[in-house]
Write a protein of this length. Structure first.
Length: 148
């Protein structure tokens, strides 16, 4: 007799996420980078910035935790907040030069980790896994505003 959790999607996703990210999170910790900080910088990389609301939608972090992380990153001069020209209440968080330099190295670490993780899969299987996860995210997010 199988247990409910053995075939429960949310449990499987949580276990897969924990198993897949444990080593990378340890690498981040060794570099002194908190996981929420990494997620924020990774989302900001290659963009002209994002509002805190957009970041909250893209980072799997609750908004109070996200706000504290942005403040921490700002103190380290890795991000800055820029008020909108037309509406000063609209504040965008952007990477600083220092933050952009740091995140480039972290992204390389992430790519290497992903390569190791997916090396047990055929390229077609890895592509299918990513595609299915993207569709799951898209369909789960439909009807809700979760950022860009």
């Amino acid at each position: 007799m199988s247990r409910f959790v053995d075939d429960y999607l949310l449990y499987l996703l949580a276990r897969a996420s924990a198993a897949a990210s444990a080593d990378f999170h340890a690498e981040l910790a060794a570099k002194g980078v908190a996981v929420p900080d990494w997620r924020i910088m990774a989302v900001l990389h290659g963009t002209d910035g994002a509002t805190v609301g957009e970041l909250a939608g893209r980072c799997p972090v609750k908004q109070p935790t996200l706000t504290r992380a942005v403040e921490r990153l700002e103190k380290k001069q890795l991000v800055e907040r820029i008020a909108g020209e037309d509406d000063r209440r609209l504040v965008r968080v952007t990477l600083t030069g220092k933050g952009a330099s740091l995140v480039v190295g972290l992204i390389e670490m992430a790519r290497q980790h992903e390569t190791r993780l997916l090396s047990a899969y055929a390229p077609k299987e890895a592509a299918t896994l990513k595609r299915v996860l993207k569709v799951l995210i898209e369909r789960s997010d439909s009807g809700r505003h979760l950022g860009p």
